[in-house]
Ligand binder design. Structure first.
Ligand SMILES: Cc1cc2nc3c(=O)[nH]c(=O)nc-3n(C[C@H](O)[C@H](O)[C@H](O)COP(=O)(O)O)c2cc1C
Length: 488
């Protein structure tokens, strides 16, 4: 399996092709120091054999913010060194920090933009990136990732919304790329040629008049020309379309571009895979083989493998899926893919982040602050014997499912599967209580449902009985909805 093949990136060998991209946890305090909760979160990914662990965005400067990690002076190094040590002790995972510079935002909705920065302030930011990368190396990290995505400083230089008119001129691609060129040059001077430096940037800004693939292909080419060791992609997450809540600083994931950054359950799987493929194809065509990380609603091992096999990506980034189940890689290695706790992209994690609350997963056991440990020895959940457990009824354009509770070890939830017109069954939702209302059914089609219970290790029960419903076309001449029906 290509997914499980190692990949060399400069001086680091990543043991497989799976990356957990940076994901703010809100486990740190406002002081920005590494604490036990942070260590536990990242050790968990290492125990699950994730190839490359990117530690959540951490500030390279002292600007005020909510709870956020920092690497902005020497006092932070011992904490990071302890984190790296614990992750390395847990397994072969590689670990790099994502380092970020961001500008000021106010509760009034005002925000500082890059055209307000003086040349001296820009020079300071360049220095701060170099110094923070040096601290990452000193702490023992395997490399460093420059955050040049979303709404933050480096990304704002790359943006088509860059309003500067000096050497960083937003009207030319070279002007937009100049800040990155200077930062990368400074970082290399500090960390040396052999320390892996990755970059995360936007494959598409996903805002009005923002850039898309034609620009991002060329931005990626410049990153390759500058000798970056991997390119990690993201989409959107901009201030330009963020929705301002009165009294709150702008949060860049509240508008459409925020939806694109963390596509929720209304999006199909792999909505952004074509962007990584387009970028990889372009830079490979120019003779560069720097690894490209694809991201966005990838959760099925078969999909991940296909992207790699078809040359559409070199590595697979999974943020929310690895939050829900950090043992994803281990379960693939052990040929237990059915035991993966599948992310349903409900975005509860995103909402927690937005509200500065501890980022956890809806699919973890109630009250858990970290993903539960994988324990394959537990008894598999089972259904009460001798009776059909699942029944369904139609009502007002919905299908309402109810089922008996499963028995066995700690049941965490139920995956609801639906097949349309005899096609393949896929998970439509995961729920904690034994009921679900499907509001996305269409008259004139037939649907077959079954449910499977899962425990904290992701061990699933056998499928319940299947229930099939043939939904009639609505009667558009009738005043009332058609009569309710029941099925079991
Ligand atoms: C709670 C949360 C926090 C995130 N924090 C960061 C971050 O610190 N840096 C970053 O580049 N992306 C961040 N992201 C974006 C993810 O890395 C990822 O690009 C996005 O969730 C899409 O990938 P997925 O579909 O696999 O979840 C965050 C996403 C979530 C859900």
């Amino acid at each position: 399996m290509k997914l499980l093949e190692p990949l060399r990136m400069n001086s680091m060998t990543v043991p497989n092709r799976v990356v957990v991209p940076a994901m703010v946890t809100r486990l740190s305090g406002e002081d920005g120091y590494i604490n036990q909760g942070i260590i536990d979160r990242y050790v968990r990914y290492a125990q699950g054999h994730v190839g490359l662990i990117v530690v959540e965005a951490m500030a390279i400067h002292g600007s005020k913010s909510g709870p956020l990690l920092r690497i902005s002076d020497e006092s932070f190094i011992p904490g990071h060194a302890a984190l790296v040590q614990r992750v390395h002790d847990a397994g072969p995972s590689m670990i790099v920090p994502q380092i970020i510079h961001f500008m000021k935002v106010a509760r009034s909705g005002w925000r500082q933009t890059i055209d307000q920065l003086s040349t001296a302030e820009i020079d300071l930011i360049i220095e701060q990136f170099g110094a923070a990368a040096g601290r990452a190396r000193d702490a023992g990290y395997d490399g460093v990732e420059l955050h040049s995505a979303h709404a933050y400083t480096l990304s704002s230089f790359l943006s088509r919304h860059n309003k500067r008119r000096d050497e960083y001129d937003g009207r030319t691609l070279e002007g937009r790329l100049r800040m990155f060129g200077k930062v990368m040059t400074r970082v290399r001077q500090v960390v040396g040629q052999d320390f892996p430096v990755g970059v995360r940037f936007l494959a598409e800004e996903a805002i009005k008049d923002g850039y898309a693939l034609p620009d991002s292909q060329r931005i990626a080419l410049r990153l390759a020309q500058m000798g970056v060791d991997y390119i990690s992609l993201s989409i959107g997450g901009k201030f330009e379309d963020a929705v301002h809540k009165p009294g709150q600083p702008l949060y860049p994931y509240t508008g459409y571009s925020g939806d694109r950054c963390m596509p929720g359950d209304s999006y199909p799987p792999l909505p952004h895979a074509h962007l990584a493929a387009g970028i990889k194809d372009y830079i490979n065509g120019k003779g560069f083989t720097v690894p490209v990380i694809s991201v966005g609603k990838i959760s099925d091992p078969a999909d991940a493998e296909r992207l790699l096999a078809e040359g559409k990506a070199d590595m697979i980034g999974m943020a929310r899926q690895l939050l829900s189940d950090p043992d994803w890689v281990k379960k693939v290695e052990e040929k237990r893919p059915d035991a993966i706790v599948r992310c349903i992209y409900c975005n509860v994690c995103k909402q927690l982040d937005e509200n500065f609350k501890l980022v956890t997963c809806f699919l973890w056991p109630k009250g858990a602050t970290q993903a539960p440990q994988d324990d394959p020895s537990t008894e598999r959940p089972r259904w009460p014997s001798g009776v059909p457990v699942l029944s369904a009824a139609t009502k007002n354009g919905t299908v309402q499912l109810t089922w008996k509770r499963a028995e066995g070890s700690e049941i965490v939830g139920y995956d609801v599967f639906r097949a349309e017109d005899g096609g393949p069954a896929g998970i439509v939702e995961a729920v904690k209580a034994p009921k679900f209302t499907d509001r996305l059914v269409l008259g004139g089609l037939s649907y077959t449902y079954h449910v499977m219970a899962f425990d904290k290790s992701g061990r699933h029960s056998p499928p319940s009985n299947a229930v099939r419903l043939d939904l009639p076309l609505p009667d558009f001449s009738a005043k009332e909805n058609p009569a309710e029906t029941s099925h079991a």
